[in-house]
Design a protein around this ligand. Structure first.
Ligand code: FAD
Length: 213
């Protein structure tokens, strides 16, 4: 079960809370980017960032030069992941909505410095964004390893909210039936692989790229 702390308790539409920890894992595993929120120089800063999950640890990484990651180290951060599942068309404009699954995580982002643990974090990130690439692509060299920072965030304090419903029209709008109502599903799909122009001839698109769903 997910924790319910004051700041992870839904204020509105409480029935949309999902408290099963496996739902958090599912949102994180399906999403591809998160938004990392930090307070930098007293001002909120929210940046799109890659991530990966191993158990109840979320890994973030970036250049050692990225000030947002430097700011996040050892400080409280807020990370969100959102999956948009559909646009909900209602009979009234006011009742239009979205179907979604989203996660909000609070915690202290811990720098991962021990080499083996840091390499593991990089593998988790790679396996999430580009499964199969850790085995297929050239391994990280010492210079690259030194130039990247990895942060680990415990998934102890998190909430999941979801909407998976049709339109919620007022009875009088339903009765009047004056507009189309329903859901237009939204999906993220992988397109046709586009080989790099500088690949030598003879390369087939590898299965871990071609077969990705
Ligand atoms: C899909 C996606 C995935 C990404 N994954 C990673 C990742 O895994 N690791 C990583 O380090 N970075 C990632 N980035 C880039 C990340 O968003 C930051 O740009 C980067 O980390 C540099 O951050 P910084 O702290 O140096 O920001 P700075 O460059 O110091 O920010 C200064 C200002 O630049 C602007 N800015 C910075 N980044 C963005 C942005 N992405 N979009 C619009 N304006 C911006 C903002 O106004 C910000 O206040 C990703 C971006 C995208 C879109």
């Amino acid at each position: 079960m997910l924790s319910t702390t004051p700041r992870t308790t839904l204020g509105r539409k409480k029935h949309r809370a999902v408290t099963d920890r496996s739902a958090l894992h599912a949102v994180l595993d399906e999403g591809l980017i998160c938004h990392l929120g930090v307070v930098r120089d007293g001002v909120p800063l929210v940046l799109p960032t890659g991530y990966g999950r191993d158990g109840d640890t979320l890994y973030l990484h970036g250049s050692t030069g990225a000030s947002s990651l430097r700011t996040a180290a050892d400080l409280e951060v807020c990370v969100t992941v959102t999956l948009l599942d559909g646009i909900v068309y209602s009979r009234s404009v006011n009742n239009h909505s979205m179907n979604y699954r989203s996660a909000v995580i609070f915690g202290t982002a811990k720098p991962v410095v021990e080499p083996e643990a840091k390499m593991h974090g990089l593998k988790v990130l790679t396996d999430h964004l580009a499964p199969g690439s850790w085995e297929h692509a050239r391994e990280v060299n010492a210079k690259e390893f030194a130039a990247v920072s990895v942060l680990a965030l415990d998934l102890a304090e998190a909430s999941v909210k979801m909407r998976a419903e049709g339109p919620d029209d007022e009875p009088e709008d339903r009765d009047a039936d004056a507009a189309w109502a329903g859901v237009l599903p939204v999906r993220t799909v992988f397109g046709e692989p586009e080989p790099s122009a500088d690949l030598s001839p003879g390369w087939e698109v590898p299965a871990h790229v071609r077969g990705r769903e």
